[in-house]
Design a binder for this molecule. Structure first.
Ligand SMILES: [Zn+2]
Ligand SMILES: [Zn+2]
Length: 634
């Protein structure tokens, strides 16, 4: 068999070989530092045996994918340790999540509190240091059921598997877990980890089932990375947008409308700035803007398919004895607008945008500040075109997304999701062409991307934009989706150059995703200290003494207001230090203190939020510099 390595070199072997043996054959040091291997794109344990031609890449601590293997192995170590400390414990599932892992545990009569986590962690370290090998074994369905007969949750999981499939289990020392893997070669790699918190979690997410104890944790290959991450977690707590939303008077939530946010005056400014930025850019890019109704009748949702596939998430009502639904998506309304006119290929690409308010039913337990709400504004657009235009349009979209994210200093990764294995509509050849067009667009502008095989929507392949904020969290925001479904369902057409009727290609795209959620992300990303162009209050003017400096201060405020700069004056009878501190807690970008010197020389002494230095400039210079900053969105 032939083994192709990442550098393109090929190794040939007569007989089957384990990944350990192949690594060893390349170099002993490679085998020693490899924690798993990627075989034809799939991550496998080092003792798995390869018997056919394959592409193999060995993973070491340096590879990002290794972290998931480490973290999942840490979850097994957690289970092994809990089993030792609480022998009657039973285990649910223990997957890897973003930034870490969890394990759901049934402790019977016992209750864990956060104060137990340190003790469990210590015991985990002791067990890990024994460096047990982690070994995979394969059982038949019946043997697996037999093996785990004492573990009700594992039995349930096994019963969900096909009877003719082999079932893998992983053993380390005295502990065995039902698991697909992959895992580390041994526990010695697990050194730098932390158990973080506890939560209740219903078995299989169903509130009719028993509530298990979910233990969250994380793990890294180095102490520095772990420390760095723990510090980040502290920062995230401080920057919680629900807390800052209250402190900065941005938004509120009320028990009278769970999941329906109220925007307060300061938050409204954030929103308006964000929306007008969006409108300006889209008009420049040649988009037409529309607004479609919040409520439309059942017939429309039947045509779009939502009535059959999405009804449980839709709010419905009745008007004149006819059933209506509040829109969960803007697309069907957009289709009606398209159908109003006869279109020609000469109109293409036709780009139609809408900041549309949608409502979706979310379980009350899932609601979370602005991150998970029941009504939100999608920054939607539909682009209608011919198939030949896809590559060019997608290239332009990626450039547009890049520009808009860069204004917020948000980095991103792109993922391409392809045709699902079974549930999809349309011809495979059409899918292949559509997927290739998306990939070609990215290749042509030199953007790297990751492929998620089978992760596309049933109606078409898509590109997802995963943003990374200042605390290294990943947020799925932007999306570009080709849709082969709605143009059919709504019978969309255009007239081609031969005067014949054709079906247009359509794509949906959203850049912020949801304005509400995006503002939530920005609040935490900036820690509430917004750049000047977005800041609800941009300048605070503080006269040192109301008897001497008030006139000049009022004059300055007026001059700034004339230039549409958002300014407030604090002329309360409070101590100067108190007023400065308050402007600090409100995170106002510019603080101007007006004293004798400023009044005499007609100058402004300002201090930027978070800086110590005070700078003195003329009033005219100050106005120029702040206007420039706002214009450039710095
Ligand atoms: Zn596992
Ligand atoms: Zn759409």
């Amino acid at each position: 068999m032939k083994i192709v390595l990442p550098d393109g070199s090929i190794r040939e072997y007569e007989n089957e070989k384990s990944l350990n043996e192949i690594a060893d054959d390349i170099s002993i040091s490679l085998r020693k530092k490899s924690i798993a291997a990627k075989v034809n794109g799939k991550i496998m344990d080092m003792d798995r045996v390869i018997s056919a031609d394959s592409e193999v890449a060995f993973l070491t601590e340096q590879d990002e994918e290794s972290l998931e293997v480490l973290r999942h192995s840490t979850a097994h170590l957690l289970a092994e340790t809990v089993k030792k400390l609480y022998p009657h414990a039973h285990f649910g599932v223990g997957p890897v999540i973003e930034d870490g892992f969890y394990y759901d545990i049934d402790l019977g009569e016992d209750v864990l509190t956060e104060s137990d986590l340190g003790r469990i962690e210590k015991e985990m370290k002791k067990i890990a240091s024994q460096n047990s090998r982690i070994e995979r074994e394969v059982l038949s369905y019946d043997d697996a059921l037999n093996y785990f007969h004492d573990d009700p949750y594992k039995v349930e999981l096994i019963k969900d598997l096909p009877k003719d499939e082999e079932i893998s289990i992983y053993k380390q020392s005295h502990f065995t877990d039902l698991c697909r893997g992959p895992h580390l070669p041994g526990t010695k790699w697990i050194k730098h980890f932390k158990l973080l918190s506890l939560a209740g979690a219903y078995w299989r997410g169903n509130s009719d089932n028993k509530q298990l104890t979910r233990v969250y944790g994380t793990a890294f290959f180095s102490k520095e990375e772990l420390d760095d991450h723990l510090q980040n977690l502290e920062e995230r707590k401080k920057r919680d947008h629900r807390k800052l939303g209250k402190q900065l008077d941005l938004f509120m939530l009320s028990e009278y409308g769970p999941g329906f946010p109220f925007w307060l005056p300061n938050g409204m400014i954030l929103r308006r700035e964000l929306e007008s930025f969006w409108y300006d850019v889209h008009l420049k890019e040649g988009y037409k803007l529309i607004q479609t109704p919040i409520m439309l009748n059942k017939e429309l949702w039947e045509v779009s398919g939502h009535w059959y596939n999405y009804k449980e998430n839709m709010y419905t009502s009745e008007i004149d004895e006819q059933e209506f639904a509040i829109k969960p998506m803007n697309c069907p309304g957009g289709m009606l607008v398209y159908k109003r006119d006869i279109h020609s290929y000469k109109d293409f690409p036709l780009k139609v945008g809408e900041l549309g308010l949608v409502h979706r039913h979310e379980a009350s337990g899932a609601l979370n500040g602005l991150f998970r709400v029941r009504n939100f504004t999608q920054d939607d657009a539909h682009i209608f075109m011919t198939e030949e235009m896809i590559v060019q349009e997608v290239k332009e979209l990626v450039r547009l997304f890049e520009y808009m994210y860069s204004v917020f200093n948000l980095e991103y990764n792109i993922e391409l999701s392809t045709r699902p294995e079974s549930k999809y509509i349309g011809e495979i050849a059409t899918w292949d062409r559509a997927e290739k067009a998306l990939a070609d667009a990215l290749d042509e502008i030199g953007k790297p991307y990751k492929i998620n095989p089978g992760d596309g929507a049933f109606y078409g392949p898509k590109l997802d934009f995963k943003l990374r904020d200042s605390m290294k969290r990943i947020w799925q925001c932007g999306t570009i989706q080709l849709d082969m479904n709605l143009p059919e369902r709504f019978d969309l057409s255009y007239i081609d150059s031969h005067g014949e009727k054709q079906r247009p290609v359509m794509l949906h795209r959203a850049l912020f995703g949801s304005i509400e959620r995006f503002i939530g992300i920005l609040i935490e990303h900036y820690g509430g200290a917004f750049p000047t162009w977005m800041a609800p209050v941009q300048v605070k003017v503080i006269p040192v003494n109301n008897d001497y400096h008030l006139g000049f201060s009022k004059d300055l405020v007026e001059k700034l207001q004339e230039k549409s700069i958002r300014v407030e004056m604090d002329d309360r009878d409070e101590k100067l230090g108190y007023k400065i501190r308050e402007a600090q807690t409100k995170k106002i970008p510019y603080q101007i203190v007006v004293g004798d010197k400023e009044v005499e020389s007609n100058e402004v002494t300002y201090r930027l939020y978070g800086e110590k230095e005070q700078i003195t400039v003329s009033v005219a210079e100050f106005i120029d510099l702040i206007q420039e900053e706002i214009k450039l969105k710095k």
